[in-house]
Design a binder for this molecule. Structure first.
Ligand code: CP
Length: 317
């Protein structure tokens, strides 16, 4: 196991932080999904217990977010924890306080968990190396990992397909810059998915050596044949070093998911997108809002997956 993947376990092999899905293994991922599904049922039955009462969760978002930040806040509150949304822009980081000192300062206020999003790969791991007692949960770092997005995507697929083993999954778009794709691939591979196809224009494809488990297909129509799940990705202009050199209309013509294109996939194929979506660039309205779309189910599942992760890292201690 590489050092970053290993850094999330304590000396007894228990999960202490959640930094990546790599190295978690099938049993632990399935247990986390089962826990999320059980919490969802308990919540809907009105029987949820405040198992994190007296705990404090701090959101440290150095990059913008709608879904992840809000759902972590809802998840923590539903479990009875206090939540602090740390305002980076108005904090003493503007006076030069380091990330490490910021973390230790907030930890001294008895934070039990930090939810960290940052544009640089490895920042949550850096926090984990400095945290004295708090758990660190990666809410997305650069193009490295977005483990709770990976888990909520797996839960959403499992809700519809029962078993992920053997499913053909096509991931289309800006895979090169996507932390979601990396976490999805790690999770899908751990759960025994069939063919995982990566599709997009050459400048947005990763190095082939990074994903030996996947089939890289440049032609979207080919990538869609017989697929059970289509995961569309956002063009991440903020992470591109140079412009794509392809007009949005041309991108949509080649890689946009339209009803005609979707007809190439299996009839019951799921359409997913982590959001935020660029409608008319990556996906047509008729597909995003269509009967095969589970995009809003992904959003709803995000709360339950994040509850499960918080319960696992804080509740059992
Ligand atoms: N999917 C996702 O991470 O969305 P946000 O950037 O809105 O959190």
């Amino acid at each position: 196991m590489n050092p970053t993947d290993a850094a999330q376990f304590d000396s007894n092999g228990r999960l202490r932080h959640l930094l990546t899905l790599n190295g978690l293994g099938r049993a632990r991922i399935v247990a986390m999904l089962d826990r999320a599904a059980a919490l969802r049922e308990t919540w809907r039955d009105g029987a949820l217990q405040p198992i994190l009462a007296g705990r404090t969760v701090m959101n440290l978002f150095f990059e913008d977010s709608t879904r992840t930040r809000t759902s972590f806040e809802l998840a923590a509150r539903r479990l009875g924890a206090a939540v602090v949304n740390f305002d980076i822009a108005r904090s003493s980081t503007s006076k030069g306080e380091t990330l490490e000192d910021t973390l230790l300062t907030l930890e001294a206020m008895e934070a039990d968990a930090f939810i960290v999003r940052h544009k640089n790969n490895g920042t949550p791991a850096r926090c984990a190396a400095h945290a004295r007692r708090a758990a660190i949960i990666n809410a997305g770092d650069g193009n490295h990992a977005h483990p709770t997005q990976g888990l909520l995507d797996l839960l959403t697929i499992r809700d519809h397909k029962k078993d992920i083993e053997g499913l053909n999954v096509t991931i289309c778009g800006d895979v090169r810059h996507s932390r979601v794709a990396r976490s999805d691939i790690a999770g899908l591979a751990a759960l025994g998915a069939g063919e995982i196809r990566i599709c997009g224009p050459a400048p947005l494809l990763p190095e082939r050596a990074e994903f030996p488990r996947c089939r890289i297909v440049e032609d979207f129509d080919t990538a869609l044949a017989n697929c059970d799940v289509v995961i569309m990705l956002r063009l991440q202009k903020e992470r591109m070093e140079s412009a794509l050199g392809l007009a949005e209309a041309d991108y949509f013509a080649a890689y946009g998911l339209t009803p005609e294109r979707l007809a190439r996939a299996r009839k019951d194929a799921l359409v997913m997108h982590p959001g935020p979506m660029n409608r008319g660039v990556e996906i047509a309205d008729a597909v995003a809002d269509g009967s095969q779309s589970v995009i809003l189910e992904q959003v709803a599942n995000g709360i339950f997956v994040r509850m499960a992760v918080l319960a696992e890292l804080l509740g059992d201690r």
